[in-house]
Design a protein around this ligand. Structure first.
Ligand code: GLA
Length: 736
């Protein structure tokens, strides 16, 4: 038993001796899945109290029952010292509540106690809590994935009072970790600079990660990982491949908040759900609010192990094509080549060139509809621009098909330019407060998707677009955040429901379109990676991680991205050099290899390419196709991470049957003549023989063609790789 657990349990023992007289043996709920166990129970006060979350316990191990913690001096009562599975704000709770309500009579005290078990099995449970006197019921749902041990938790809050109740704060779940020293990892960013992995020790107080923007946002992503630190109470600190890590992510694409709280009694709690800022959800008698899911899991193999569990879970359970999503087609996208200057002849010419290098899907980006010649006009008018496409989209789509590719199209359904027919006809259809300015960003305002008529309009035009045209793919964009989020068609005390209803309507449109047009695949884009979360990923097959396509920046962003999300959904285009954002010049091979770490696309202006470029791209796309499944669905090992201004970066992915490994290595600068360090691979079968083949680059002379997994992992391979912005890639294939 780890020292900290000993401390924890001896603390409990002390408590027991104090409170044994009043203690009753409470219910204990235990969920097992993968390599983890999660347990909670009912204490003598009736609270639902977390008991254990960590490595899997023995099947016959008993878990000590729940006992409420004592008062800590006169300032912290058991209501605040005792961790709860879902704490109502009341009775002197000073830590983050899961649920805060106001009753119609002004009472704001909510104390949730165990009421009944609605259902329970070895990997799922539904537990009903109820306020100690009022008719507020909360059903907590738990479902643990038997393979990964990732637990899905959510809550349904029901008002059976005779008066309405206002929900002011509602978490999807709260998590409690054993007392220890921890490091928090989280992702932040901005437009063209998403996916920065931040790591910091968790100290007293609360760290708040959030979006108040109406959507997920670039500035932070609703994912966390908490690694156990070394130090006085544990022997092993967690790192990339070792040690204990707890991680989680919200399945919600609206305003969200996660609070990581180290209480003054050194307990660690994570509370996540709807952002309570400007939040209000009125429940009339008989109504309920079902929260989205907060997923969380545990790994004993460091952050690398945690991300591998998440990747497999996303592929098997989250994505629309789960449990077996097809690797993404290699796409061509017109945006960086033509921006708004799209027309039939120009797109056909690009399509021919794209097909010649082995692209599978041709995507026409912004500019094809309405009077869309710049970002000042046209959004909302989803008819084909007759000057650019006099015969509609059909000739272009037919041409794309004749070249052996399928066809995709850019849309931005939730937005409108004031300079559009739609806005002139329905100026009231946008988020706004009467008589107040309607702040524009990128010359556009946000349609009020919470309104049923707006929702139906959007679903209607998209359904027609997909019915009238043979479209295999939509790039669904969303290029600004909210301002003036008024919804004046409903009573004043219901208007803040906009934060929930907008996103629910978005999900329902996506779900209906997918049902009606099952072959259509969808990408979630929001000016790059502004809407990437486990909620939208239930309806979309891939995401656009960033408008920044600089291959060097992307290596770092891809590193951050993959802590939370599978490379399968990580679209990565090869674009032009020097890059428009940084002015950085890189070779085509370097750009290709950077993008081949995820789902490959080409976004360069092919009209500017020479024969050699076409040959390089064709060769590398063919190489990519042959190993794509391993790259995007295998086990990812970060052998050298590019963070902290590292000069090096290496990733390895190993196919699920360990039959193949693919390695990408990058050097951004060689200084003082240093050679590339020895690479010791991971995750291979030590006894199998693997054959080495180069995709790009080479190793030192005398590297064997074939050697055992043990050789590649222990002896390792020495690459010949130096210079600025150089890259190499190779594969290992198991020999029969
Ligand atoms: C956003 C997207 C880009 C492109 C443009 C088109 O910025 O992220 O990829 O589609 O919109 O206007």
């Amino acid at each position: 038993m780890k020292t900290s657990y000993k401390l924890y349990f001896s603390f409990l023992f002390v408590l027991l001796t104090f409170s044994l007289s009043s203690a009753q043996t409470g219910e204990i709920f235990r969920l097992d899945g993968g390599n983890s166990t999660y347990a909670f129970g009912v204490n003598e006060r009736g609270d639902l109290q977390p008991l254990y979350w960590g490595g899997r316990l023995g099947a016959h191990d008993s878990i000590p029952p729940a006992h409420s913690f004592p008062e800590m001096a006169s300032f912290d009562s058991p209501a605040t010292t005792t961790p709860q599975e879902y704490a109502g704000w009341g009775a002197g709770l000073f830590t983050e509540p899961a649920l805060k309500v106001s009753f119609a009579d002004g009472n704001r005290d909510l104390v949730l106690h165990f009421f009944k078990i609605a259902s329970s099995s070895s990997n799922s449970a539904e537990i009903v809590l109820k306020d100690i006197s009022r008719e507020i019921y909360v059903t907590l749902a738990y479902s643990m994935d038997s393979e990964s041990g990732i637990l899905a938790r959510s809550a349904s809050i029901e008002n059976r009072e005779k008066q309405p109740v206002l929900i002011e704060q509602a978490a999807f779940a709260q998590w409690t970790l054993p007392p220890a020293h921890y490091t928090l990892s989280y992702l932040t960013g901005r437009w063209a600079g998403e996916w920065t992995l931040n790591q910091e020790p968790i100290q007293g107080g609360a760290r708040v990660l959030e979006s108040r923007r109406g959507s997920t946002g670039h500035q932070a992503n609703p994912w966390f990982a908490i690694s156990r630190e070394g130090g006085r109470d544990t022997a092993t600190a967690a790192d990339e491949e070792h040690g204990e890590v707890w991680f989680g992510a919200l399945a919600w694409s609206g305003s969200w908040r996660m609070t990581v709280e180290h209480t003054q009694l050194d307990a660690l709690r994570v509370t996540g759900g709807f952002n309570p800022f400007d939040f209000g959800y009125k429940l009339k008698p008989g109504e309920h609010l079902d929260t989205p899911i907060f997923y969380a899991g545990y790994s004993a193999h460091g952050l690398g192990g945690a991300s591998r569990l998440l990747h497999h879970f996303e592929l098997a359970h989250i994505l629309p094509q789960a449990p077996d999503p097809k690797p993404r087609p290699v796409i061509y996208n017109s945006w960086e080549a033509t921006e708004f200057k799209v027309d039939e002849a120009g797109q056909m010419a690009l399509a021919e060139k794209a097909a010649s290098i082995g692209v599978d899907r041709f995507v026409m980006d912004d500019g094809w509809f309405g009077k869309r010649n710049t970002d000042h006009a046209g959004l909302g008018d989803w008819y084909v621009n007759p000057e650019k496409f006099p015969h509609g989209l059909k000739p272009l789509i037919d041409k794309v098909h004749s070249l052996g590719m399928d066809f995709g199209l850019w849309i931005e359904p939730e937005m409108v330019n004031p300079d559009s027919d739609l806005y002139r006809k329905h100026p009231d259809w946008v988020l706004n407060f009467s008589g107040r300015p309607r702040s524009e960003s990128r010359n556009q305002v946000v349609l009020s998707l919470a309104r049923p008529d707006v929702r139906d309009y959007i679903e209607g035009f998209l359904d027609k677009l997909l019915t009238d045209n043979d479209i295999a793919f939509l790039k669904w964009d969303y290029n600004r955040n909210w301002s003036e989020p008024g919804w004046e068609q409903v009573p004043a005390d219901e208007q803040k429901r906009v934060y929930v209803e907008f996103v629910r309507n978005l999900y329902s449109i996506l779900a209906n379109l997918r049902k009606k047009h099952p072959k259509v695949e969808i990408e979630s884009c929001s000016g790059g990676g502004g809407r990437v979360d486990l909620g939208i990923l239930h309806y979309t097959d891939e995401v656009w991680p960033s408008d920044n396509t600089d291959p060097f920046d992307r290596i770092l962003m891809q590193d951050g991205f993959t802590y939370a999300y599978t490379p399968q959904i990580m679209m990565a285009w090869v674009t032009d050099s020097p890059h428009w954002l940084n002015g950085r010049s890189t070779s085509l091979a370097y750009r290709m290899l950077s993008s081949m770490q995820g789902s490959l696309g080409i976004g360069a202006n092919l009209n500017h390419w020479g024969d050699e470029d076409f040959a390089t791209a064709k060769r590398l796309i063919a190489a990519y196709h042959s190993v794509q499944k391993t790259i995007v669905q295998g086990d990812l090992y970060r052998l050298m991470n590019p963070r902290d201004n590292s000069e090096l970066s290496v990733t390895e992915t190993v196919s699920n049957d360990k039959g193949q490994a693919v390695v990408f290595a990058f050097v951004n600068a060689t200084n003082k003549g240093r050679g590339f360090p020895l690479l010791q691979l991971r995750g291979l079968d030590p006894t199998a023989e693997y054959k080495l083949s180069w995709i790009e680059g080479k190793s030192w002379p005398d590297t064997p063609d074939t050697a055992s997994g043990a050789w590649w992992m222990n002896h390792g391979i020495q690459l010949m790789l130096k210079g600025d912005y150089q890259a190499a890639a190779f594969r290992l294939d198991r020999q029969r």
